[in-house]
Design a protein around this ligand. Structure first.
Ligand code: HEM
Length: 518
């Protein structure tokens, strides 16, 4: 059976004609039945995890640019068109997240990623300074958190990126024997070390201490959440299973850790309050060179719990931990995979990096990173082909019109980023890895919503610059030190859209030390 036939026989297609009576009453077509509780999702049951992503993507590509499936009695509208992405994301009304995010709530609570409506406005405002803050909670949080991603702050994180990269290289030197190995866990540990130190100001040394209980808990909770994405089990059953109990224990230990760090940082800030608040001194405040973590900045803005409570602080810290390590890990590994498949592109990156760094092994300043223009095109093209978040979701707050269809306010909208990025009418020969697509002269005529790996509009990724600097530091250093040879090919690699889009069997590579110095 061809993949196409398999897809069609397994997944309900219910293109709808909403112009009729402006409702979705006529939505269900063909022989597929919409069941009361599961809607049309029963069509996905039984598909193996390793086949799920490719089957689903083929379906989405076949039915682009718009189609409807049912989750119970709720219509879910899939979209794959820049114009539709713009309508949904470039609208301050539709900021509510869809059902996909529910499983993250016990861990992330109403942090910036998962919060909706008022709360989101509040948090994003805290993180983003003088943007339109109209006194609404959601804006406030975004505004509170936005200054934490200011260029100056990111610059102060550069030494963390460099230090962690050097530790990574030391670990990888032992693996550069020319034998294939899976680099994914090494990059994960490095990204965890970076985010722990920058988000909480606490070194956890995941790369050196693989038994660190916090790191283990982050792995366990990510795996358990993933398990529930794949096999949804109702909460009242799940909590009585052994997995449910493990989830609860792990959650408690993660919360305890974050609470402890928050209490310690609060105390440290109280002691050094004046110089931190006035930002006058470059002195050593926490026993080393002054560098404020995201948590420190939130603590300052929280006005001792009046604006942002301890629980909300914990939710934001957990959100950074989650959103800030899995996404960058996946993208770094996809870059290595592609460069390992395209040696001529890898050589161009090496030449660029080498000409900027000369005899240095790692970059040490943001200005050096900014010079790495070709590497940036490589990262962008990698995010086009393998966006860390291949799908995002919104729950509509008001009826909208997409093309000839009216979509009711009850609907969830699924924005298929992966499928959009592989549209042949936007990207000719879409599966080809071609960083030149992102040369300035080649992007001019592209629709601004045709490339959205960080989403767009008010709820876009707040950490995208952070991610770019971290990734450029790690990738340029790796390419400067090693020749990378991939084992799998883009045609054969199997992917899973777990919490992020990742290769099912990890990223298996060979590293060969380059002859040059260091
Ligand atoms: C390659 C790396 C990354 C990619 C591809 C990525 C992608 C995204 C996407 C697509 C969204 C929108 C999610 C949605 O609408 O549901 C998002 C939101 C977010 N990201 Fe990232 N992200 C990356 C790195 C980071 C990093 C490093 C951080 C933090 C240090 C971060 C923090 C966040 C937060 C807090 C949000 C929620 C923003 C809001 O709703 O106001 N991300 N990211």
């Amino acid at each position: 059976m061809s993949l196409d036939t398999k897809v069609k026989s397994r997944i309900l297609i219910c293109l709808f004609d909403a112009t009729a009576d402006k409702t979705l009453k006529k939505a269900t077509t063909g022989t597929d039945i919409r069941l009361p509780i599961v809607g049309t999702k029963y069509k996905l049951f039984g598909i193996k995890r390793e086949d799920f992503f490719s089957v689903a993507i083929q379906y989405v590509l076949d039915n682009a640019p718009i189609f409807c499936t049912w989750h119970g009695s709720t219509p879910e509208i899939g979209i794959v068109k820049p114009e539709y992405f713009e309508i949904v994301t470039n609208n301050a009304v539709h900021i509510k997240k869809g059902r996909l995010y529910k499983l993250l709530l016990p861990w992330l609570g109403e942090g910036l990623l998962t919060s909706t409506g008022n709360k989101w406005h509040l948090h994003r405002r805290l993180i983003t300074p003088a943007i339109f803050c109209i006194g609404n909670k959601w804006h406030l949080h975004r505004r509170l958190i936005t200054p934490a991603f200011h260029f100056k702050i990111l610059e102060s994180f550069m030494d963390v990126f460099v230090e962690k990269t050097q530790t990574l290289l030391t670990g990888l030197d032992g693996m550069s024997t020319g034998e294939p190995f899976n680099i994914y866990p090494y990059i994960t540990e490095c990204a965890l070390d970076v985010i722990c130190e920058t988000a909480m100001g606490v070194p956890i040394n995941a790369m050196k201490n693989k038994e660190n209980p916090y790191v283990k808990s982050v792995y366990i909770i990510s795996e358990l959440i993933l398990g529930r994405f794949i096999k949804p089990i109702p909460e009242f059953i799940y909590k009585h299973t052994s997995q449910g109990r493990l989830f609860q224990r792990t959650l408690e230990s993660l919360h305890q850790f974050s609470d402890k760090v928050i209490a310690e940082r609060k105390e440290a800030l109280r002691k050094s309050c004046k110089c931190v608040l006035e930002r006058k001194s470059e002195d050593d405040i926490f026993g080393r060179k002054k560098r404020l973590s995201f948590l420190d900045m939130l603590l300052e803005a929280s006005e001792d719990g009046k604006i942002i409570s301890d629980r909300e602080l914990r939710e934001e810290v957990n959100t950074f931990m989650f959103a800030g390590h899995d996404t960058t890990t996946a993208n770094i590994c996809w870059n290595l995979f592609l460069l390992g498949n395209y040696p001529e592109i890898q050589e161009l990156v090496f030449e660029e990096v080498h000409s900027i760094l000369n005899d240095k092994l790692t970059p040490t300043s943001i200005s050096e990173l900014s010079e790495m223009k070709y590497l940036e095109c490589v990262i962008k093209e990698t995010l086009r082909l393998y966006p860390s978040m291949p799908v995002i979701m919104r729950q509509l707050e008001q009826e909208i019109t997409l093309g000839e269809y009216k979509i009711p306010a009850t609907a969830n909208i699924t924005l298929h980023i992966y499928a959009l990025h592989r549209s042949p009418e936007i990207y000719p020969n879409p599966n080809k890895f071609d960083p030149e697509r992102f040369f300035p002269e080649n992007t001019q005529n592209r629709h601004p919503y045709a490339y959205v790996p960080f989403s767009a509009g008010a709820r876009n990724c707040i950490g995208q610059k952070f991610a770019l600097y971290e990734e450029k530091t790690i990738l340029s250093s790796l390419i400067n030190r090693y020749k990378i040879v991939a084992i799998e090919t883009p045609e054969k690699i199997r992917m899973a859209a777990d919490l992020v889009l990742r290769p099912i069997n990890g990223t298996v590579l060979k590293l060969e030390r380059r002859v040059f110095g260091n």
